[in-house]
Design a binder for this molecule. Sequence first.
Ligand code: PLP
Length: 399
Amino acid sequence: MGYSTKHKLVTSGLKLPVRLLLGPGPSNLHPRVNQMLSSSMVGYTDQQYYKVMDETMELMRYLFQTDNHFTIPISGAGTAAMETCVANLIEPGDNVVCLVAGYFSDRIYQMAVRYNGNITKVQKPWGTWFDLQEIKTALETHKPKLLTLVFGETSTGVRQSMEGIGELCRQHDCLLMVDTVAALGGVPFYCDDWKVDACYTGGQKCLSGPPGISPLTFSNRATKKIAARKTPVANWYLDANLLGQYWCPEFNFADGSIISPQPLRKYHHTTPANLIYSLRESLVLLVEEGLDNVWNRHKQAAFDFYKGLEDLKLSPVIRDVYDSADEKGGRLFSLTTVSIPEGIDGKNIMKFLLDNYGIEIAGGLGDYAGKVWRVGLMGHNANHGNVLLLLAALKDALT
Ligand code: PLP
């Protein structure tokens, strides 16, 4: 039997253009992070690899500002981390409230309904966020065991106020799940102080890393709920119990205690070692710069951009700014939605930027399709030079 030769096979190496990625993600890799992708492979039971795993978990605690022991990277996109929360924290029949005011908060809802809970969508218009009274009413009315929200909504450019939500959830014996994919490592976020029980992000936005590896943390309240489940988690790959046996077998889900000596780690799946190395490097970069400085750099880049938009007679969609981590909602500094002026074809401008400057920005999703551009100043890309370049390119495109 001969082998087939009918397929159209390429024989040349891959050559890709260099882009400046100023859309909603992915953003450009930091060179040091990029370098980690070609580090040498080690086996998943190598003691050296175990050390990298432990270091990465501790660095992620810094990123999330948490002491949660169960803080692990999920092998997969941000959506896989989202599904890890949903799959583990919802049991059939559980009341769940999903706060929805954009594309990604709606994705959580779409996902949640697949896990057989009693899911209530509390919907507000795109471009808005939820105030405490609305959340209180939802908790009192629906008595959920889980409340889900997006902190930085990439589809609208909104930062959800976190003030008081965690306390309210605790008063109502409800777990709080928060998506920080577009914000963490760029915008102030305090997982423990804000009493968040389940939180995740992605590697490819403010962390200047590749997609496919997604930090996640569960509070002891969350792991206790998982330990008390009557039904197995309906997703084997993302089952926190099984993941925990590899990442942190010393952790007792039921009471948060640490088992000593550490039980042996159990293989679950072959973790993407190079992505873990790259995540570790992203986080080392955060530590070197310091979270405060990182947050200020993102804020400064955003404010420079807002100023430049004014000069171009363009305006951000979200009117409320709030320039501190005062827990008020408002603009998300890492991602700005810009209104496309009447009579301008937004797609043409995006094409012009890409063809002439190698700059990628994105258009709107869902309710905002055709109406906005989405500009991300995330991670390593959040700096004055990139803002100036983008503004000059936009000016060129619009004149
Ligand atoms: N949540 C938010 C807020 C996002 O912006 C994204 C991606 O853009 C996701 C979740 C999903 O992440 P991923 O595309 O890595 O699966």
